[in-house]
Design a protein around this ligand. Structure first.
Ligand code: ADP
Ligand code: MG
Length: 574
């Protein structure tokens, strides 16, 4: 895991070296400063040579300027290193998620992917920057300071070191408590966020039930819990800081008294005493740093583990070795003995046989949950079949590249997803390199022209979350315009108009009929009136394909379809 973590440094080796080297030099200068003071007091002061003192002062100034410069490098370039690694990981994660198959998204919550891409990576970046560098510097400073203290006076050094185990004990105990508190806090703030998201996006429901107070009460509970957790973390932190402060002051005092006594007995010079006290500070500084890393490490590593977990998931549907790039499909589709299930225990499709001719319009009807959408999801290989095979133009779809296969299939669903952006961008999503004429033509054929002309900004109108809200019918027409641009030989309409009122549906139906022309079209429909003109109707039930035939044939047969038709006819007068 650690080795994997360090592999992310490789592209930024140079940056790491510069940063690390600068940090070491800064630490060495810090380490040497008390020695310079000692030399100043014990040697230079008794000599009383003013010009030497001035030139030594100038020398020190030069060192300080250099140290300042190096500290700038450590600060800026060190953070740059952390940010670079964070950005690399984010890029990798996004690209990885884009390639995942549908089953991955069935099983992974959007919120979790989001928190990995944002929060987790921030913690990892912080660790990447501070972890190795600060740890090395802390150990180096601690060992260096203690070694110099030993050379100044052994007894005094030993007195100082006595406190270290107590310090470590205090920091460790407090850290464990603090980690627990922070973990609780993270989970509590996630709950608070979830509450906010829920009641804001559901505000219309809340207000129509006048349940505002209920929501406020629930929120208050979460908000208080968060406050409690965060507060208890800060309580431990304050206690730990005070404890560290008290222990270090105590030891400085002890060094001062014991050092004074040693000095009276001529075992220690004034300069040595002053420098020693300065070293006590240098010695304890890394203790703070190490405790900070101890906080950073579990957070960053936990994030990294979650990151790796995602990165190591391979997409399920991949191109076979030697898969062919197809450029054009005629559109003959053949299901041969196809079985499929989302999870092992519950088969959805069992031994389905179905053949669809190029250019045919075939409709699927049947109760919801029967597997109509599933049948259609198998054609673009959103999922792979468990058994049997699906052929298009006589070729097994697994022998085609995923990309070229999907470029030949267009899907319009009930929910149209609009991206934040302009109307033009949303239409052009069907063909990213579409020309102006093509976009206008597609909009015209999707019966969008009039609507677009009525907008003050026309094609440049912003839509989506903060832009113009579109009606279901308008959204559906954008989806149809996308399809005209994509112009695929195979078209799937999955309840494309089911959410619309009958009047809107009738208008959209014209555009859809035009779209379906000269393509193999699979329509899943809820209202049977919309599929009267289909070449063939397939009735899908939980037991598989139950009936197949033209509208009239199925009515005459008097089976499931005839019954469904009868019920809808009575309800809606279709
Ligand atoms: P239809 O489109 O005919 O309403 P579906 O094909 O959507 O039916 O669903 C068929 C069955 O598969 C249902 O029992 C449904 O619960 C299940 N199902 C659909 N999608 C998934 C999925 N992504 N993961 C697991 N089960 C699913
Ligand atoms: Mg469905």
């Amino acid at each position: 895991m650690i080795r994997r973590f360090f592999s992310y440094y490789t592209p930024h080796k140079k940056l790491f070296m510069i940063d690390f080297f600068s940090a070491v030099v800064v630490a060495l200068l810090e380490l040497g400063f008390p020695l310079a003071v000692q030399w100043f007091i014990d040697r230079l002061l008794p000599d009383g040579n003013w010009s030497t003192i001035v030139s030594v002062g100038c020398g020190l100034l030069a060192l300080y300027v250099m140290s300042t410069f190096l500290q700038y490098i450590v600060n800026y370039w060190g953070h740059k290193l952390g940010i670079n690694i964070e950005t690399d990981m984010r890029q990798q994660l996004f690209q990885h998620v884009q390639k995942q198959s549908f089953r991955f998204f069935d099983n992974t919550k959007t919120g979790h992917i989001m928190s990995r891409i944002t929060n987790d990576l921030f913690d990892i970046g912080e660790l990447a920057h501070h972890g190795p560098e600060d740890m090395f510097i802390a150990v180096m400073t601690f060992v260096g300071a203690f070694w110099i203290m030993l050379t100044i006076n052994v007894q005094l050094a030993l007195v100082t070191i006595i406190i270290v185990p107590f310090l470590i004990w205090l920091i460790t105990v407090c850290n464990i408590k603090m980690n627990k508190a922070w973990k609780q806090m993270y989970s509590d703030i996630a709950d608070v966020n979830a509450r906010v998201e829920d009641s804001v996006s559901g505000v219309r429901v809340v207000q129509s039930f006048t349940n505002e107070n209920y929501e406020i009460t629930r929120f208050t509970k979460n908000n208080r819990r968060f406050r409690k957790a965060k507060l208890s973390g800060y309580k431990v932190m304050s206690f730990s800081n005070s404890g560290i402060y008290m222990m270090t002051r105590f030891i400085i005092l002890a060094v001062l008294i014991y050092g004074a006594w040693l000095s009276f007995n001529n075992h220690l010079s004034y300069g040595e005493l002053v420098s020693f006290i300065l070293y006590v500070n240098v010695l304890f500084k890394p203790v703070d740093k190490i405790s900070a890393i101890m906080e950073l490490y579990p957070k960053g590593m936990a994030g990294f583990k979650r990151f790796i977990e995602l990165i190591d998931q391979d997409p399920e549907v991949v191109d076979q070795k030697g898969a062919t790039e197809i450029t054009y499909l005629h559109g003959d589709i053949e299901f041969e003995d196809v079985s499929f299930s989302y999870d092992e225990h519950k088969p959805v499709l069992e031994r389905i046989d179905l053949s669809i001719q190029a250019g045919e319009t075939i409709a699927f009807v049947g109760p919801s949950g029967a597997g109509k959408t599933t049948i259609c999801s198998l054609i673009p290989r959103f999922y792979d079949v468990n058994e049997g095979r699906i052929l298009i133009d006589g070729i097994d779809i697994r022998e085609m590249t995923k990309q070229s296969l999907r470029s030949q299939i267009g899907i319009v669903q009930q929910d149209v997803f609009l991206f934040t952006g302009t109307l033009r961008e949303n239409i052009a999503y069907g063909k990213l390199d579409a020309t102006e004429e093509e976009i206008v033509e597609a909009a015209r054929r999707a019966h969008l022209e009039e609507f677009i002309h009525s907008l003050p900004f026309g094609y440049e109108t912003q839509i989506g979350e903060r832009g113009l809200k579109l009606s279901g019918g308008q959204k559906q027409r954008i989806a149809i315009a996308r399809m005209f641009l994509k112009n695929p030989p195979i078209l799937i309409l999955d309840e494309a108009t089911s959410a619309l009122d009958t009047e809107t549906e009738r208008i959209i139906q014209q555009a859809l009929n035009e779209l379906a022309m000269n393509r193999t079209t699979l329509i899943i429909a809820h209202r049977l009136a919309t599929i009267q003109n289909a070449d063939r109707i397939v009735v899908v039930t939980e037991d598989g394909i139950a009936e197949e035939g033209t509208h009239n044939e199925l009515i005459q047969k008097g089976g499931i379809f005839a019954k469904l038709h009868q019920v809808q006819y009575e309800q809606q007068g279709v």
